[in-house]
Design a protein around this ligand. Structure first.
Ligand SMILES: [Zn+2]
Length: 383
C-alpha cells in the first residue's frame, strides 16, 4: 500500500514534539568532525534512535574519525527490486563545548544549536519519515539505505568510498543537506569546487644595486592572476579567485618566490575541464620566471540534468500535500556532487529549512520539519 502524501503530512505534524526531543538529543551529543571520542558518542545516540525502529544498523569504525552509520530497511516480504540511498552527515564544524555559548533552545518557530540546520534536523526528519512509513504499513518496492557520515565537514576523506559504492547500487540518491532560504528550496544544481596553487620561482637580487639581475616572482604572479581573473564568467557560473597570496622576503630584495591559492568553481563539467586545461597551459610571462600549477577540482559539478526528473516528482508530491516546492543552484558542493558524477539521479537540499549554517545563529524553522519529513517519506514509497 502506498500512503497518501497528505495523510503522511498530517500524521507527521502530530509528531513535532517528539521530533524536537530527538533533535535535542542529537544536538547535545556534540560531534565536531576531528574529535573522535565525541563523534563516537554521538554515533551511539543516533544509532540507538534508528534501532528503535527495528532497522538494521551498522557502524563503520574509522581509525582517526568517528564511525559512519549505515541503516538499512525494507518492508516487504518479497525481495526488494532496487535500492534508494538517503545520504547525509552528522559531524559539525563546532568545537566541543560550543553548547555553552550556543545551547540547544527553541524560541518561537526556531530551534537553535550547533549543527541543527547542517544537518542534524535532516537526520531527524529522515528518522521520522521512516517511522511514518512504518506506521502507515507502507509496502516499499525498494530497499532503503541511509548513510550518515562522520567527516563531511572536513572533506569526506574516509566516507567517500562507502557512499559511492552504495550509490552505485542505488536507483536514486536523496541528500539531506540543508535547503536554501526560508522557502526551503531544493538544490537541483551545485557548482563543482576545486583548489589550485600557482607557484612562481624567480631570481633574487638587490633591488637597488643589481635590479637587472633579478626576476621578480611577485610581478610574474600578479601578471598571471590578472590573466586568470579574466576567465571569470558569472553568467556561466565560472569563478576563479586568488584568495591567498604569499611571496618575497624583504622590501629591498627582488622576490624570488611567490604563490597563490585559487578557489575554482564551475557549473558545467565541460567548463570544469576547460578551466583545468587552461590552468595547466599557463606559461611564464617574464623571461627567467618558472611556473608550477598544482591541484584542480575535487568535486565535479552536480548538473541539473541529474536532478530534474526527481525534482519534478518531488514537486508533484509536495503539491498533493498543499506545499509549494522550489529549486535553486548552490555555489558550494556536497556529497551529492559525487553521487551525481557517478550517473545516479540525485536530489539535494532535501533536509531542514533554516538559516545560519556554520554560525552562532544556526537554526531550523521547526514548523517545516514535519512536512519535510513527509516529503521524504512520500518520495521513498513512490519511486
Ligand atoms: Zn552539511
Amino acid at each position: 500500500m502506498t500512503p497518501d502524501p497528505l495523510a503522511l503530512r498530517k500524521s507527521l505534524e502530530s509528531r513535532l514534539p517528539e521530533m524536537l526531543a530527538v533533535l535535542r538529543r542529537f544536538t547535545v551529543a556534540e560531534s565536531p568532525s576531528t574529535d573522535k571520542f565525541a563523534v563516537e558518542r554521538c554515533a551511539r545516540v543516533i544509532a540507538a534512535a534508528w534501532r528503535r525502529l527495528h532497522a538494521d544498523v551498522s557502524l563503520h569504525p574509522q581509525k582517526h574519525r568517528g564511525p559512519h552509520i549505515r541503516v538499512q530497511w525494507w518492508s516487504g516480504s518479497a525481495r526488494p527490486s532496487g535500492r534508494l540511498l538517503v545520504l547525509g552527515h552528522y559531524d559539525t564544524v563546532y568545537p566541543a563545548g560550543s553548547l555553552r555559548s550556543m545551547p540547544f533552545r527553541v524560541k518561537g518557530n526556531k530551534a537553535y544549536g550547533p549543527g541543527v540546520f547542517d544537518m542534524k534536523a535532516g537526520i531527524v526528519q529522515a528518522l521520522f519519515a521512516l517511522e511514518a512509513l512504518q506506521r502507515a504499513r507502507a509496502l516499499l518496492r525498494k530497499r532503503i539505505v541511509f548513510i550518515w557520515t562522520s567527516d563531511e565537514e572536513i572533506g569526506g576523506e574516509t566516507s567517500r568510498r562507502l557512499f559511492e559504492s552504495e550509490a552505485k547500487k542505488s536507483d536514486a540518491v536523496f541528500v539531506l543537506e540543508p535547503s536554501f532560504g526560508p522557502k526551503g528550496l531544493l538544490k537541483t544544481a551545485r557548482k563543482g569546487v576545486g583548489e589550485a596553487e600557482i607557484i612562481v620561482r624567480g631570481r633574487a637580487s638587490h633591488a637597488g644595486l643589481a635590479p637587472e639581475e633579478g626576476v621578480n616572482a611577485i610581478h610574474e604572479l600578479a601578471l598571471q592572476i590578472s590573466r586568470l581573473s579574466k576567465w571569470n564568467n558569472p553568467r556561466r557560473g565560472i569563478t576563479i579567485n586568488a584568495d591567498v597570496v604569499e611571496g618575497g622576503s624583504r622590501v629591498n630584495v627582488i622576490a624570488d618566490c611567490a604563490r597563490a591559492f585559487l578557489d575554482l568553481r564551475a557549473l558545467r563539467i565541460s567548463d570544469m575541464r576547460l578551466l583545468e586545461a587552461r590552468l595547466r597551459a599557463l606559461r611564464p610571462i617574464l623571461p627567467g620566471a618558472k611556473l608550477e600549477v598544482r591541484g584542480g577540482f575535487n568535486r565535479p559539478p552536480l548538473e541539473r540534468k541529474w536532478s530534474a526528473a526527481l525534482f519534478l516528482h518531488a514537486k508533484s508530491l509536495a503539491a498533493q500535500m498543499n506545499l509549494a516546492l522550489g529549486e535553486c543552484t548552490a555555489g558550494g558542493g556536497s556529497d551529492g556532487n559525487l553521487t551525481a558524477a557517478l550517473g545516479i539521479p540525485t536530489l539535494d537540499g532535501l533536509g531542514a529549512v533554516g538559516h545560519g549554517a556554520h554560525s552562532l545563529g544556526e537554526h531550523v524553522l521547526i514548523n517545516t520539519m514535519p512536512s519535510r519529513a513527509a516529503l521524504l517519506a512520500a518520495l521513498l514509497c513512490s519511486i
